[in-house]
Design a protein around this ligand. Structure first.
Ligand code: F6R
Length: 237
């Protein structure tokens, strides 16, 4: 496990983007696991910048996102598909057919989850997984719980996640979807390399507890202690 301290949010974003960029330069058909939320926006902005300057191409890369809200049409501005299109995919040369997210509008969630796991299997697993972390220690939408969920699954979001994500829904908790589909622990832990980004006091506290305390599904991120190639790029501010 490597801890890389950054000076601030933009330094953290640039450092994490450097790792992703190196991955794609060294293996242009990499399968990259991606996250949404506010933390990775700076990483995506940096990668877009390098792409626009002609230094980085995603033409052969494949992306697999961690999660998607249930019941939000893809066209909804806060669906994770919209988020990824607006903040990343629309500005780089990745083939749209090579960008995957779980389908939160699927009729049969259980089949959708199985298909998503099969897809990742067929792709040969994830080369590099970018992760943020929730204030409650969730990764993807693997919420604190009595047990770790191995496979892609549908999940009831906790009140703290709903409250935290209300900022994306006009601060109206009633507009935040209550369920989501998320990659389980298996494919996150099987990623060859993990880059975790976190900034600010609340997240520093989560990181501290996750990597110095015991491994527990009540703090899902703590499972990363068992991964052999995790880089935590963090900024206290
Ligand atoms: C979303 C995801 C979540 C976020 C987490 C932190 O795809 O993976 O685990 O990383 O909720 O979100 P922000 O960055 O908004 O604090």
């Amino acid at each position: 496990m490597k801890f890389v301290q950054a000076k601030n949010y933009s330094d953290m974003s640039r450092k994490a983007a450097n790792i992703i960029s190196a991955q794609v330069i060294l293996k242009n058909d990499s399968v990259i696991g991606l996250a949404t939320g506010s933390t990775p926006i700076g990483v995506y902005t940096q990668l877009i910048d390098w792409h626009k300057k002609g230094d980085l191409s995603f033409a052969k890369a494949i992306s697999v996102n961690l999660d998607e809200y249930c019941g939000l049409p893809v066209s909804h501005p806060e669906s994770y598909r919209s988020f990824m299109d607006n903040n990343f995919f629309d500005h780089i040369d990745i083939e749209r057919n090579n960008t995957y997210l779980p389908d939160g509008m699927a009729i049969d969630f259980s089949k959708e989850c199985k298909d998503y796991d099969q897809l990742i299997d067929d792709l040969g697993g994830i080369d590099l997984q970018l992760l943020g972390v929730g204030n409650n220690g969730h990764i993807g939408f693997n919420e604190p719980s009595e047990e770790f969920y191995i496979d892609t699954h549908s999940v009831e979001l906790t009140q703290s996640t709903i409250a935290s994500n209300a900022r994306f829904f006009e601060d109206d908790i009633s507009k935040v979807p209550k369920t989501a589909l998320t990659l389980g622990i298996r494919y996150i832990m099987q990623a060859k390399k993990i880059v975790l980004i976190a900034n600010g006091e609340v997240k520093m506290n989560v990181i501290e507890r996750a990597f110095s305390g015991k491994i527990t599904p009540m703090l899902p991120i703590s499972i990363l202690q068992l991964h052999s190639n995790v880089t935590i790029v963090y900024s206290k501010v």
